[in-house]
Design a protein around this ligand. Structure first.
Ligand SMILES: *[C@@H]1O[C@H](CO)[C@@H](O)[C@H](O)[C@H]1NC(C)=O
Ligand SMILES: *[C@@H]1O[C@H](CO)[C@@H](O)[C@H](O)[C@H]1NC(C)=O
Ligand SMILES: *[C@@H]1O[C@H](CO)[C@@H](O)[C@H](O)[C@H]1NC(C)=O
Ligand SMILES: *[C@@H]1O[C@H](CO)[C@@H](O)[C@H](O)[C@H]1NC(C)=O
Length: 234
């Protein structure tokens, strides 16, 4: 666990940890504003060939201490665990709770196929539902009784000396709805990667994350980011 270094609570899953990258973009650090709903469309690009480790891309919600809600897009040496073939990603919704992940369905995701990911709090605040939607079909979904969430961001995790990303990832039309309007919430945005782990990655090679078009409406209740692009790292 390398939690101290990251804006977003970031927990390697169950695998041997070699190195990873932290958040490439996050919003909410230092604010107590809570999130009602997030929608984003991820285009993960082309997975690296010859994968020997595990490369995991994940947009996630956290409150810094409780559960981590994340939908992960993953590249392993053998993608058959999700019904995928070489050249595809695997995708799954998940909740990281008490050091343990619980998963929604596993599904293959073709290269450069956009997936729309939503995190939505129950109207009575009793928990959350995440869904991953490809071509208008929900391919993975999970509900949890997780508490309030204050941080949203996206990370790239690399385990077991993975092959790194070979194309950029874009997150388009990201919409974050807060419970209560906060006109200054945009100032909590953090752009760019952080390095942790064994330090073998050239931090310069991680820059720049490009953020295009952050706007708010309803006095700062609804925040929209047209396009967040994380460059290829491999
Ligand atoms: C991937 O794993 C499955 C299930 O264990 C196996 O049948 C298949 O041969 C493996 N594929 C490759 C390319 O190793
Ligand atoms: C974070 O969520 C957990 C439950 O998932 C809750 O116990 C905790 O109070 C929350 N923390 C904050 C700062 O809201
Ligand atoms: C952007 O997302 C919002 C909220 O999910 C949705 O209503 C809108 O249609 C989307 N716009 C585009 C251009 O996809
Ligand atoms: C997002 O931004 C990247 C980098 O500027 C650009 O290459 C890409 O075409 C943009 N995508 C969309 C959907 O606007």
């Amino acid at each position: 666990m390398k939690l101290g270094l990251l804006a977003l609570t970031f927990s390697p899953i169950a695998y041997a940890y070699t190195y990873g990258l932290g958040t490439s973009w996050s919003i909410g650090t230092g604010s107590s504003s809570t999130i009602e709903k997030v929608t984003t469309t991820l285009n993960a690009g082309i997975p690296p060939s010859g994968q020997l480790g595990e490369l995991i891309l994940w947009p996630a919600l956290s409150n810094g201490t409780g559960d981590l809600l994340m939908t992960s897009v993953e590249s392993w040496s053998n993608q058959s665990w999700c019904g995928g073939v070489t050249g595809q990603w695997c995708i799954r919704t998940q909740v990281f709770h008490d050091q343990k992940s619980t998963f929604g369905a596993f599904a293959p995701l073709s290269a450069s196929e956009p997936v729309t990911i939503t995190f939505e709090r129950n109207p009575d605040a009793s928990g959350w539902t995440q869904s991953a939607i490809v071509n208008n079909n929900v391919v993975s979904m999970i509900s949890s009784s997780s508490g309030p969430m204050t941080l949203f961001g996206m990370s790239t995790e690399c385990d077991d000396y993975c092959a790194m990303t070979v194309s950029p990832q874009t997150y388009t039309n990201t919409t974050i709805i807060l419970d209560v309007a906060n006109p200054t919430w945009g100032a909590t945005e953090v752009i760019g990667s952080r390095i942790y782990g064994d330090g073998t990655i050239d931090t310069n090679a991680q820059q720049p994350t490009i953020v295009d078009g952050i706007t708010s409406s309803e006095d700062g209740k609804v925040w929209t980011i047209t396009n967040i692009t994380i460059p290829q790292l491999g």
